[in-house]
Design a protein around this ligand. Structure first.
Ligand SMILES: C[S@@+](CC[C@H](N)C(=O)[O-])C[C@H]1O[C@@H](n2cnc3c(N)ncnc32)[C@H](O)[C@@H]1O
Length: 422
């Protein structure tokens, strides 16, 4: 373990390198103010800058915990209270009650949202320590970079809403769910089910509640804006242009946002987006008119036989990680009869690297959150390369995993599956 001084010297060196690079790019300096950029500039092509940035994030977090000491670190694990405050902010639409221009007093916000002023203040002041909102003068609240982003971007608001209203209550039931269901692989045996008193799977529950499904679909678009999970890695990370005139089936493609972007980049390729009926209807309704010949929508349950025969590619992005190995095998098995010899199945998923392979702490934190979230919401998990290989071979002996591509800066990999050429 590095000493306090070693850490601080490394932080100073690496942050100087990052700041110099920002200046050389004429980039806006990062800040917490409302007019800050939504994300750190893309470091693609500058691996030394990205490495320095990651090192600063890792080292500042270590330094923070070292200077607190173990007792205070333990005593400050109050994540649930943070999430509770965030849930109140979302439920009472507190951000929407504060104009981007000018802010509002607690009395004004309280009158708009119908929440007792004293309690409102307690909640907002908890959020303020996380740099969401701030008081520019006592008792007057204005937006910060993160709260303004939520207000400006509906998808981020959906992502946030799903997180605080569905995922947070499920977290509180995780231990109960593991006591009850640890040996089950059934998709409905979840902490989510206990929290919401339902024996439906998450997706059935959402499908039966269209307003919640609409928020989930928006949340998936929000995930997509996260630079490390952006669909740009799929768009640039696979040899799409080599397919020429081709058909791509986007299985479980939600409202089709990835296919729409792929279609704009590769005009020779036709796309079929499959998902629950409401989701594909939503996608069809907002499809840009110039893409109506190129992108089609088809309601389809991916546990039923694949109806589009002979497509060049069947792509499943963030699908199998939602399901147990047995269910993932079933999903793949439904595609095999529709494939022609040169068809490919592409899974866009995390491939968990072996623990001995170094990873930045920020990447690892995110991976651990996603892994546990899959357990609590869907009784599923993220998987290693050997897990994926096992699923592919158990799904159908004619399938083989032919390539794993991990685009630069991407949390996800593209797992290519082909029919064995005998
Ligand atoms: C985690 S989201 C991923 C969405 C999209 N592929 C993406 O990249 O963001 C999982 C998707 O699977 C869809 N889904 C779940 N069960 C399904 C089923 N049985 N048949 C078809 N789609 C399903 C959900 O509606 C949702 O759109």
């Amino acid at each position: 373990m590095s000493s306090i001084q070693e850490l601080s010297q490394r932080i100073a060196t690496n942050s100087a390198l990052v700041e110099k690079w920002l200046a050389s790019k004429n980039a806006k300096m990062p800040s917490f103010k409302q007019d800050a950029d939504d994300e750190f500039p893309d470091t693609d092509g500058y691996p030394e800058v990205e490495a320095a940035r990651m090192a600063v994030i890792d080292d500042t977090s270590a330094l923070h915990d070292l200077l607190l000491g173990p007792r205070e670190v333990l005593a400050r694990v109050w994540g649930a209270v943070n999430n509770g405050a965030q849930q109140v902010i979302s439920r009472f639409k507190i951000l929407q009650a504060i104009p981007l221009d000018g802010g509002a007093t607690y009395a004004e916000i309280s009158a708009k949202v119908g929440l007792n002023e004293r309690k409102l203040k307690t909640v907002v002041r908890k959020a303020i320590v996380n740099r969401m909102l701030r008081e520019d003068v006592p008792d007057h609240v204005v937006h910060t970079a993160s709260s303004a982003l939520l207000l400006r971007e509906q998808y981020m608001m959906h992502y946030y809403g799903f997180f605080v209203e569905q995922m947070f209550p499920a977290s509180a039931k995780l231990a109960d769910a593991l006591e009850k269901y640890q040996h089950s692989t059934a998709a409905q045996d979840t902490a989510f089910g206990l929290a919401f008193n339902t024996d439906e799977t998450l997706f059935k529950y959402l499908e039966n509640r269209p307003e919640l499904m609409a928020r989930f679909v928006g949340a998936m678009e929000g995930v997509n804006r996260d630079p490390s999970q952006s669909q740009k890695h799929v768009i640039t990370g696979y040899s799409w242009a080599e397919l020429g005139e081709a058909t791509v089936v986007d299985v479980g493609g939600s409202s089709g946002f990835m296919s729409v972007e792929l279609a704009k980049h590769y005009p020779k390729i036709k796309f079929v987006v499959q998902d629950y009926k409401n989701n594909v209807e939503e996608g069809a309704a907002k499809l840009p008119s110039e893409l109506t010949d190129q992108v089609k929508f088809l309601p389809h349950n991916f546990f039923d036989p694949q109806p589009v025969v002979g497509a060049e590619v069947y792509i499943l992005r963030h699908i199998c990680h939602d399901w147990s190995a047995e269910n993932s095998e079933k999903i793949l098995r439904q595609i095999v009869p529709a494939m022609k010899p040169e068809s490919k199945i592409l899974l866009v998923e995390i491939v968990v690297s072996p623990t001995e392979k170094p990873m930045s702490s920020i990447a690892e934190r995110y991976l651990r959150i996603r892994d546990l979230n899959m357990v609590q919401m869907l009784n599923a998990q993220e998987r290693s390369e050997s897990d994926w290989r096992d699923i592919v071979s158990a799904a159908d002996s004619r399938l083989e995993l032919t390539r794993i591509i991990t685009p630069h800066g991407s949390t996800d990999s593209i797992i290519e599956i082909s029919l064995r050429q005998s």
